[in-house]
Design a protein. Structure first.
Length: 328
């Protein structure tokens, strides 16, 4: 090798070492600036309810801004895709719901290229996992689940329910119930859980499968009535509300969970810092108080435990979407 080639190679090696050194230093200093927490839905839904106290706890810990950025639309696809395509440096995170795995499958069923794929995102930590709750307005004629089912059988397609969008968690939960009960209700999709709840409160629709957090205060205030819940056991705040299993619907069990994801390719040290920080954040008293008040108790899982939970839950939800099939 000629001397100039040796010098050039040495220079490239030194430059590479310098770059690696800068990257290592940047990762060690993470976070050194604001970290965006993207919520793929409008304000007011379950993801937003969890993201805000988590972001506040991280801000107190990191002494860096952690703004919640709501990017709703397409049932959560738009915001999720924006994080999937983001720079994998830990400065853009996603507070995702269980619909994360359903949306790409829904795109495939409907002949559309998926806006993102789940392998473009790295699961960091699960924060909450709550059973959804079937709610109607307090002045609705149905005082029990049996009342609603009987009326839906008398009037096929006449009773309306809202959701956060086609194939969203709230849609899939209701599809599980209506299929098991052999009833036909009219699905009215909205751009997120917040608008779906607003539609019910305003009387635009008549029923909703809601995350327990957003619904709880309205039930306590007497604006909504809870008829049943999708969990294997009764959730905190809804101790007087029967589960679908108690009512004889053994296959109707569903959870709406919220978890933090980063773009795939985010450096391992940054992912570890995020897991460590979130593990500490869920011990924050203000965060625990906020989530308890919202009826969304913490169910923290990280790393391999969250990855396993996500794989198993995703497989079950993809099967549910396949049962729904194409939506016109």
């Amino acid at each position: 090798m000629k001397r100039r080639d040796i010098l050039a190679a040495a220079g490239r090696g030194q430059a590479g070492l310098a770059l690696n050194g800068r990257m290592a230093a940047a990762q060690a200093d993470y976070p050194s600036r604001a970290v965006q927490m993207v919520v793929a839905f409008p304000p007011g839904g379950q993801a937003d309810t969890v993201a805000r106290p988590v972001s506040s706890a991280l801000e107190r810990m990191w002494r860096q801004p952690v703004p919640v950025v709501n990017r709703g639309g397409a049932g959560g696809s738009i915001g999720s895709a924006s994080v999937a395509r983001a720079q994998p440096d830990g400065y853009t995170l996603l507070m995702a719901l269980s619909s994360l795995a359903m949306l790409p499958e829904a795109d495939r069923i409907n002949g559309r290229p998926p806006a993102y794929t789940v392998d473009q995102l790295a699961p960091i930590a699960l924060i909450t996992a709550d059973p959804t709750v079937l709610v109607v307005k307090a002045d609705a004629p149905w005082r029990t689940l049996e009342d609603l089912v009987a009326d839906a059988k008398r009037q096929p397609g006449a009773i309306t329910y809202s959701s956060a969008g086609n194939y969203s968690t709230l849609h899939v939960a209701m599809a599980m119930f209506t299929g098991a009960a052999d009833i036909d209700m009219l699905h009215v999709p909205y751009a997120g859980g917040g608008p779906a709840l607003t539609a019910l409160l305003s009387g635009t629709v008549q029923a909703l499968s809601s995350g327990p957090g957003p619904a709880l205060s309205h039930v306590r205030e007497g604006k909504l009535r809870a008829l049943a819940q999708w969990g294997a056991s009764r959730a905190p705040g809804f101790e007087d509300v029967p589960t679908f299993k108690e009512k004889g619907y053994q296959d109707v069990e569903f959870y709406i969970w919220a978890g933090v994801f980063a773009p795939a390719g985010t450096p391992a040290p940054v992912q570890q810092k995020l897991r460590d920080s979130l593990r500490q954040a869920v011990q924050d008293e203000q965060l625990k108080t906020a989530l308890a008040a919202a009826g969304s108790p913490i169910d923290f899982r990280e790393g391999e435990a969250f990855e396993r939970f996500f794989r198993e839950d995703s497989a079950r939800l993809v099967r549910a979407v396949q049962r729904i099939g194409k939506v016109d």
